[in-house]
Design a protein around this ligand. Sequence first.
Ligand code: NAP
Length: 422
Amino acid sequence: MAALYRGRHRWKRINCLHIFSRKLTGENDYDLLVIGGGSGGLACSKEGEVLSLLFLNFSRGIFEEPANNMITFLLWLVYSITPGVFSRPTMAEAVQNHVKSLNWGHRVQLQDNKGHSESLLTNIVIATGGRPKYPTNIPGAAEHGITSDDIFWLKKSPGKTLVVGASYVALECAGFLKGIGLDTTVMVRSIALRGFDQQMAGLVTDYMEAHGTRFAWKSVPNRVDKLSSGALQVTWTDTQTGSEHKDTFDSVLWAVGRAPETKALGLDKLGVQLNKETGKIVIGPDESTSVPNIYAFGDIGEGRPELTPTAIKAGKLLARRLTGQSTELMNYDNVPTTVFTPLEYSCVGLSEEEAEKRHGKDGIEIYHAFYKPLEFTVAERDASQCYIKVVCEQGGTGKILGLHFTGPNAGEVAQGFAVGFQ
Ligand code: NAP
């Protein structure tokens, strides 16, 4: 595979992928070939270079900043603007410039490092991540809808928006769309933030509702039609009552999950085992696939958390292991995570529901408190949803199983506690 891409500093387009290839020693061998230019792939490539590996990095032409990082950045931008002076074109330009600056930085870092290697062994690392998906069974969904990938590149305001889905991406997008003053509705077919502590999820959505985001609970979309006015008419069913509803929106944003980018790679021809249901690559604790010398990590790996920092760390550790510099494996236990909703929610460890499932209702003990953040006091902001909950084992050492926090800068707060979980 590497032999296909010999030559110095050149770009090629093959199978819709731009290929950035570099040959540093004059030999025709590559020690590490990284497919995917997301955060994880870049981290692996850069670490590989630091450790004197040659690399090929396949990407889509620009290095991709994952949607969730951009959402965080945009949220920061939205929440730090002075009310009344917000300008959408300025925001869009700021986001685009930020992405371009990141891409430039990555390119410079990748090109400036000097790598040398004696090794002739070729390892292939797949870090192609996933892409937002559209539902396939809803007429007009893909034709008229957008996803979180598009939101930063729209030429005009999305206007009145329906966000379909109720997980990270949906709630974060709805949070910042409402934050910039748009009429925003979230359509939830079952529960919000599946897999998270449901009491905490309730606080997050209560806060959003109290600040003007509408929720269509227990509702499933049936079709999207474009009217002659250009407005999008969405028809949906309230599954509790069975009644059908219609409303018009300027944009319909699908946040119904992400699909792994494995199809175009022809992995079946190599015999790389995929999970048939999810399409993700089956990998071991050392990120190895079913084929020797082919590794995969990040969102593309079955059962791995779809989180940028986790992919970055896993990519770095993999590069170190492949060069024999280290044997350290990635620790996927107790990874903290933050939902960047208008009221942030961060957690580490088990939800109350999961702790109850594993230890029994009588086997756990909950410590909790509503609190008022100092910054809410002078501004007299409502702190009804600011809450901390610690889930512990009952008796014995009272081991902490999970920690959950809603409030300003929750992500920063939880990071410190997360260290104690390791
Ligand atoms: P997700 O976690 O897979 O959630 C998909 C959501 O869409 C669920 O609420 C699901 O409802 C709903 N849904 C699926 N199909 C639907 C349909 N046909 N009609 C209506 N609703 C439908 O996907 P995501 O929110 O896009 O996030 C993707 C991944 O990115 C996540 O695993 C997350 O780890 C990561 N992420 C992380 C961050 C962060 O760290 N801050 C931010 C963004 C994304 P049900 O619950 O009923 O299935």
